[in-house]
Design a protein around this ligand. Sequence first.
Ligand code: GRF
Length: 200
Amino acid sequence: MKNIVILISGRGSNMQAIVQTAQKEQWSAKIAAVISNKPDAAGLAFAHAQGIPTAVVESKKFATREAFDAALQTQIDVFSPDCVVLAGFMRILTPAFVAHYENRLLNIHPSLLPSFVGLHTHRQALDAGVKVHGATVHFVTAELDHGPIIDQATITVFDDDTEESLAQRLLTQEHQMYPRAVHRFVEGQLKIRGNRVLKN
Ligand code: GRF
């Protein structure tokens, strides 16, 4: 059985969607652990209540990014992951960490990449005046918010939209798309060809 480790920093609604979809669809893969870099991440309580092992590697206790990532990697590897899922994990990762999980590290970013990398993506979308906004699930590479795209979901931007309304509407799409992408990956249905992710 394949092991999925999910990393969170806060609310963890995408993590919840993955856990619930895995249960509902009776995936042959299991959520082996949920790990947070913040002890007060709300998502930890949900994972714990589901009987999923949880751990905290507190980023603010480490002097350097390298030291934190090394400790995080050690904790993740306790669970022998086939797939590491970043779900609202608000950290920039070191190249060494990314390389260690090459081709098995997934992220969700709330924009239609390659547009609007970094933070405040809904503000960036409104400022740019785009009519279509969205979210992207991608393999993580050393360059922030880049990497082969697994799936994208779109929403229409309405005249009265705000950052909050966009975030809320997009989240519903994220909760559909991310579990589907993770499932495809652990089922071996994806192959990476350069920047493209194709069906196996
Ligand atoms: C989501 O919008 C996700 O795309 C972004 O951060 C948010 C996390 O929300 N990376 P949650 O913690 O999954 O509820």
